[in-house]
Each structure stands twice: as structure tokens, then as C-alpha cells.
Design a protein. Structure first.
Length: 513
């Protein structure tokens, strides 16, 4: 089969699966031939869809603008023969596009702009973007028509589901991501199984829970095994960013051996939800639909939340991409807010070692693309003890700031040293967040933000390779929310840049101290 552009199939049908498999077989030879040569003509189709359950997406404030997070991939236009197709639900403000194109190192903005195709669905509903695209055959055709050199082009996405598979078949180019048939390997329950198989410790708990009865029994068993356990965490199998989590408190629980009756009677009253406004009834319904897990909550005032990112390329070769210490917030510190790069040097090597074990398991299953591992780490008697929480077979909050660092400074992650070494041989660090949010920021337009950035000399300086890069700019006016990455030659300077930027925004908007 030479190509599948224009082929419309029934999602999940034998015909579609065969067509998709044929496309994916092109990926490895194309990777060998194209990815190492910057001058090979190609098109990268960016589908920044968060293809999750719409009810879970609604828990994230400003979620409609999270499609902008992958605008860092506009930096691929620094490659002179690369074309980019970027598809969104709503059109992106022109000033936001200009902002990213201005960051391109060594490429005139007009040259890059001529190789960029922006398409949108004109649809702001909470349906996942890829579903919207599939519902618009003319838009699918425009995407296919914008692909230059299909034999050397691919689709990249935030996460890969049956929808992204259908889109790849209809556009006629392969998907550089985890095969959707393997995506369930990364849900909360299967992730715990895979981690144990790889020899990576996980918190005490239970997986493959189906309903309230399973949750009650799992909580009771945890408490019996550890009578001193204060709290436990419930997680939806397909929740993300901590928004699908809830914390159960055992405070006041009786000392009797069998406490299942107490847990059942107090379950909904003792839960604190990670998502703002969540209540027991809809959460319980979603748990019955998705399934989930229960884990012991590790109580330690010095606990950390590191993560490690990896990539398995189409040839099956795995590599470590980065490490981070995550910044968590919300009830019980369950919700992802931001990160610092790299993770603490005291346990960076431990993260690398665990990632190597998991990479082997995933590669053996046929997984390709980016994935990350999240941990809870606590001080032990002989160094740090690490407990893996989940396997994310997708891009995530820690993926995008590192991509921006790599695109702006060149170079790569040096796994031996655990740092990013730029093309010039220097090291760079960052402090990043997706959740810089204040009510006083509402009403700021993208142009207002850029005026503030330029007026206060906060913009990223390509010559010094230091400064601040913004994202989620489209969420600023309505939600008072944006993301930023402070990049600098030292961790201390990166954090200083981050906080200085927030202070400037506060001052410019009259935010009370």
C-alpha cells in the first residue's frame, strides 16, 4: 500500500488497523533517513488534542487553551526544509504566533511563516480536538493537501487514541506516538503491574478496582496492613495531572481489626478531591466507568515528587530525555503545577536506573514515542527511597518546557551528568509552570503581555540564552492564567527569573502584595 490519504474507514475495523499498521511500518526507515538530516523536505502535522474524557478535561481551568502548549513545536521551523501544519479547535491569536516565530534562532520570520499552515475547527466545545477534526472531512482533506513529501512526514500528538489512529489513516502519514492499542499499558492499574514487573517499587495499594465496594475493601486492607496509615489516595485509571485523584482520611478510625464497615459508612465524607468543585456522586460514577486504584499516601515532610522522561525511537532504542522535580499543589499536593529542571542530583541516577528498567519492558511491548515516570521520593536510612506512581505514555507538563529549552539552545540532555548541555557546550536550567494564575491578570491580552515582557526586559535573549518564555498565553485574558519557563545558566538564577517575572506581572496588574 503506497499510501492511505483520503481513505475513510470504520474506526477500529480490520481495514483501518491494516492500513495503520502499513503506515507505521514506514516509520522506522523514515526515522533513519530523515531525522538525522535537517535538509530533507518533510511535514510535521501537530495535533495538540488532549484526547481524554471530556468530563475530566472540564476540571482543568482554561483547558481549551492547552492546545497552545505544543506551540513550542513551531521551533521545528528552524529546519529550512521543514513544513509544519498546526491544527486547533479555535484560531490562535496572531500575536501569539508572531511571539513564537520571533524566538526562532537564525531563521527569518517570513521564511518560517511561509512554511507554517494554521488550521482550526472553529469549535470551542469540550469535545477532544481530534474528534472535531474527524467530524470535518473537508478539514481532514486540507490537512492532507498541506503535507509536503508524505513519504518523509508524520503526525505528532499529545496522546494517541483510536481517534489519532483514524486521523493518521485518513491523512495518509504515520503517527509518531504509542500505538493506541498499547495505550492502556499506561493507565493507573496497568501501570502498577508493569512497574512491579520491571522491579520498580510502588506504594502499597490495589489496582483494577471497579466500584465503591472494591474501594472500600482496598482501603480496609491497607489499614489492616498498616494500622498507622493516616491517608490513602484514590485515582481514576485515566485521570491526569492529579485532577482525577481523591484523598481518603483515616482520622478517627477505630482500632478494630475489621474496619470495612467504618470505611463504607464514612467513605464520601472523608474524601478530599483534587479537582475543584468535584463531589462524590459524579466521581463515583466516573470510577465505575473507568475503574481505578487505591494507594497508601506516603506521609513525610521532606517528600519530593520527581519525574523522568524517556523516548523510545522507531528503531526500538530508548534514551533518557530529562528529569524534573515536580511542583504539586491542591488538596494533598496531588495536582501538577510546574517543575524545575533537572531533578535533584542526590537521586538523578536512581531515576535513570528505574527508567532503564521500565523502558525495556515498554520496548518489548512495542511502545514507541515519549513517556514519563512519576515518583514520590522520601529520605531513607541509606539515601532516598523512590516509589513510582504512574507511567504516562504521552507527552506531559514536563515535556513541553524541555522541548522549548532544547529548541532554543540546541544540544541535548547529558545522561551521564544529568544536565542539559547546549550546542555551545554550556549548561542551562529552568523553573517552569503551567499554572501562573491570578484574578488580577484577567483582561490582559496577548499584546498587553508582550508589551510588559519587552518593557521589563524579560524576553528570552537568544544571544545570552537566558530569559523567560511564555505559553498558554491565550488563557490569560479570560482566566488570568498562563505558563512560563525561566531559563538560566544556574538553577538559582532560573528560579529567580521565574519569581521576578511573577512579581512584574503583579506590579503591572496592581496585584496586592
Amino acid at each position: 500500500m503506497a499510501g492511505t490519504a483520503g481513505l475513510t474507514t470504520v474506526p477500529g475495523s480490520a481495514e483501518e488497523l491494516a492500513a495503520f499498521a502499513e503506515l507505521q511500518r514506514r516509520l522506522a526507515p523514515m526515522y533513519s533517513r530523515v531525522f538525522s538530516d535537517d535538509r530533507v523536505p518533510r511535514t510535521v502535522v501537530v495535533i495538540p488534542s488532549l484526547s481524554f474524557d471530556p468530563a475530566e478535561l472540564r476540571k482543568v481551568k482554561g483547558i481549551g487553551h492547552y492546545e497552545e502548549r505544543m506551540l513550542c513545536l513551531l521551533m521545528l521551523l528552524r529546519l529550512p526544509a521543514t513544513n509544519l501544519v498546526y491544527v486547533t479547535s479555535r484560531a490562535i491569536h496572531p500575536s501569539i504566533i508572531d511571539y513564537y516565530l520571533h524566538l526562532l534562532p537564525g531563521v527569518p520570520g517570513t521564511h518560517a511563516r511561509n512554511r507554517l499552515t494554521l488550521l482550526d475547527c472553529d469549535d470551542g466545545s469540550d469535545t477532544p480536538l481530534t474528534r472535531k477534526i474527524l467530524d470535518r472531512p473537508r478539514l481532514v482533506r486540507r490537512i492532507a493537501e498541506a503535507v509536503v513529501s508524505p513519504e518523509s512526514s508524520h503526525i505528532t500528538c499529545f496522546n494517541a487514541t483510536w481517534m489519532e489512529r483514524s486521523l493518521a489513516v485518513q491523512v495518509g502519514i504515520p503517527l509518531y506516538a504509542c500505538d493506541p492499542s498499547l495505550y492502556p499499558l499506561g493507565n493507573k492499574s496497568n501501570g502498577r503491574v508493569l512497574l512491579r514487573r520491571a522491579g520498580v517499587a510502588v506504594p502499597d495499594g490495589a489496582e483494577h478496582l471497579r466500584d465503591e465496594g472494591d474501594v472500600v475493601e482496598a482501603l480496609a486492607v491497607l489499614r489492616r496492613r498498616n494500622p498507622r496509615l493516616h491517608r490513602a489516595v484514590l485515582k481514576l485509571n485515566d485521570g491526569f495531572s492529579g485532577e482525577g485523584n481523591a484523598i481518603f482520611s483515616f482520622e478517627g478510625a477505630p482500632d478494630e481489626l475489621d474496619i470495612a464497615w467504618w470505611v463504607r459508612r464514612n467513605l464520601w465524607e472523608r474524601l478530599t478531591f483534587g479537582a475543584e468543585g468535584e463531589t462524590w456522586e459524579p466521581y463515583a460514577a466516573k470510577f465505575r466507568e473507568m475503574g481505578g486504584i487505591v494507594e497508601a499516601f506516603l506521609e513525610d515532610p521532606h517528600r519530593r515528587s520527581p519525574s523522568v522522561q524517556c523516548r523510545i525511537d522507531p528503531l526500538g532504542v530508548s534514551s533518557i530525555v530529562s528529569t524534573h522535580d515536580q511542583v504539586l499543589g491542591g488538596p494533598g499536593q496531588q495536582v501538577y503545577l510546574g517543575c524545575t529542571f533537572p531533578a535533584d542530583g542526590a537521586y538523578r541516577a536512581d531515576l535513570h536506573e528505574a527508567a532503564g528498567r521500565v523502558s525495556k519492558e515498554l520496548a518489548a511491548e512495542g511502545v514507541i514515542g515519549r513517556f514519563s515516570l512519576d515518583f514520590i521520593s522520601v529520605p531513607g536510612t541509606e539515601g532516598w527511597e523512590h516509589y513510582a506512581l504512574e507511567v504516562n505514555l504521552r507527552k506531559g507538563g514536563t515535556t513541553l518546557p524541555y522541548l522549548m529549552l532544547k529548541f532554543l539552545t540546541g544540544g541535548a540532555y547529558d545522561a551521564d551528568r544529568g544536565v542539559h548541555v547546549t550546542a555551545a557546550g554550556t549548561t542551562r536550567y529552568y523553573h517552569a509552570s503551567d499554572n501562573v494564575e491570578k484574578r488580577s491578570y484577567r483582561g490582559l491580552t496577548p499584546d498587553d503581555l508582550i508589551d510588559i515582557v519587552v518593557g521589563n526586559e524579560l524576553h528570552f535573549d537568544l544571544h545570552r540564552q537566558e530569559g523567560v518564555v511564555f505559553h498558554l498565553i491565550g488563557a490569560l485574558s479570560e482566566y488570568g492564567k498562563l505558563g512560563l519557563v525561566g531559563i538560566a545558566p544556574s538553577p538559582e538564577r532560573a528560579t529567580e527569573l521565574y519569581h521576578d517575572t511573577v512579581a512584574v506581572l503583579d506590579r503591572e496588574t496592581g496585584t496586592p502584595a
